[in-house]
Ligand binder design. Sequence first.
Ligand SMILES: NC(=O)c1ccc[n+]([C@@H]2O[C@H](COP(=O)([O-])OP(=O)(O)OC[C@H]3O[C@@H](n4cnc5c(N)ncnc54)[C@H](OP(=O)(O)O)[C@@H]3O)[C@@H](O)[C@H]2O)c1
Length: 257
Amino acid sequence: MADEADIGSRGDVLVTGASSGIGRATVVRLSTLGYRVTALARTGVALEALAGETGCLPLELDLTDTEMMEEVLGHASYDILVNNAGTGAGMGPLTGASARDVDIQIDVNLRAPLHLTRLLLPGMVARGRGHVVSIGSIAGRYPFPGMAVYGGVKAAINQMAKALRLDLLGAGIRVTTIAPGRVETGIFATMLNGDAEAARDRFFEGYESLLPEDVAEAIAWAVAQPPRVNVGHIELTPTRQVPGGLSFARGKDGDNG
Ligand SMILES: NC(=O)c1ccc[n+]([C@@H]2O[C@H](COP(=O)([O-])OP(=O)(O)OC[C@H]3O[C@@H](n4cnc5c(N)ncnc54)[C@H](OP(=O)(O)O)[C@@H]3O)[C@@H](O)[C@H]2O)c1
C-alpha cells in the first residue's frame, strides 16, 4: 500500500473507486496515456493487482471515514481528482428505506466527493491549475423510480460542479461532470446485497449497456483537452437506453381509500 511520503507527490491524478468498474478502467486508460495515477478504494488486493498491471499507486481508504481521509489526503497535492467512488447499497424506494440506506448513499456518493474536493482544491488553486471530474448519473437529471436518494445525491453532484465553476472563475481550475446511463459494472450487485447473478439477470442479460471503458474514454478525453478548454458536462447512454417520459395513474380523488 501507499507510503505516506508518496501520496500526492508521485501521483498527478487521484481516482476514487478504482478497484472495479469505471474507476478501474479509468486508471488503466489514464496510465496508458502517461498520467501518474493514485488508485483509491477499500479493497487492497484489487488495488495491488491494478498496480501490478498499470504502475499506479494503490491507496486503501474507506471514504466514509472523513477523519482518516483528512489525515491521509489533507496535505496531498493532485492536479486531477476523479470523484468516481459510488455505491448502489441502500438504493431503492424511500418508502421502506432504513436510516442506513439513506446515509450510505449520502456518505459515499455525496459527502465523500465534497470532502475530497474541499481537501484538494486549495493546492490546485495555489498552483493555478487543476481539474475536478465527478461522476454523476443520468439519474441526477431525469427522475427514475426508486431513486429519490441516489438521484437526489447525483443531482447535487451536478450542482456542486456548476457552483465550483463560479467560485473558481479565473483560477485556472477545470470542473467536469460525467453522467452515464447504464454501465455494466458491479454497482448493480451492491444494489442487490452483492448478488451478482441476480444483477446480471435483471440488468444486463439481453441489454447492450455501456462498458466501463466507454466512460473512462470520456474522462480521458475531458482531461486531455488543452488547459483553455473546460468540458462542463458529458452525458452518455447506451444507444438503446432513453431517459424521460411521463406517467399518469388512472383514477380520481378518493379512489385511494
Ligand atoms: N454503473 C452504472 O450504470 C452507473 C451509471 C451512472 C453512474 N455511475 C456511477 O459511476 C461511479 C462508479 O461506479 P461503478 O458503476 O463503476 O460501480 P462499481 O464497479 O461498484 O465501483 C464502485 C467503486 O467505488 C468504491 N467504493 C465504494 N464504497 C467505497 C468507500 N466507502 N470508500 C472507498 N471506495 C468505495 C468501490 O471499491 P471498494 O468496494 O473496493 O471500496 C469500487 O471501486 C459511481 O459514482 C456510480 O454512481 C454508475
